[in-house]
Design a protein. Structure first.
Length: 155
């Protein structure tokens, strides 16, 4: 395994060369992160949405209502922090809460119509930033090849 830093003869530290293929993946992830930040900052409805807030919106977009426990587990955040993030999303009308029809003591969080519009808009912008010369169908197909979170995985 390569050490993250190596020393020159002069004693100064330099970054060691990454493992083959790792630089491409890391560079890609950095580009995706930058594209998401750009897309969020240019969407008037999402300008104050944090990265964790964005992850919650994406999770809500993938299904029906989610419990606070599911949201906290998915984002790997403490429950109080996840609650504050959801509070902000509800305040911005990007999400809403409802009682679980099967267990009235449980609250479910849902993506609102405005939240869905924001998610779709930001996702389209990210895809255009990352691959401006590809057709929308080609971009969608490329995204489908990237595995999503596995069932039971924390992220």
């Amino acid at each position: 395994m390569t050490e993250p830093f190596s020393r020159r003869a002069s004693g100064t530290a330099t970054m060691a060369a990454p493992a083959p293929g790792a630089a491409g993946v890391v560079e890609f992830l950095d580009r995706v992160d930058h594209a998401v930040a750009t897309a969020l900052s240019t969407n008037p409805s999402a300008t104050d949405v944090s990265r964790d807030g964005w992850r919650v919106l994406l999770m809500l977009a993938r299904g029906t209502g989610r419990s606070m426990g599911e949201i906290a587990g998915h984002t790997s955040l403490p429950a109080p922090t996840a609650t504050r993030i959801v509070d902000r999303l509800v305040e911005k009308k990007l999400a809403y809460r409802s009682a679980d029809p099967l267990d009235r003591r449980r609250v479910l969080v849902h993506l609102s119509a405005e939240g869905r519009t924001v998610v779709e808009s930001v996702c389209q912008r990210v895809q255009r930033i990352l691959s401006p010369r590809r057709s929308p169908a080609s971009r969608a197909a490329a995204c489908d090849t990237i595995p999503g979170p596995r069932a039971g995985s924390p992220v």
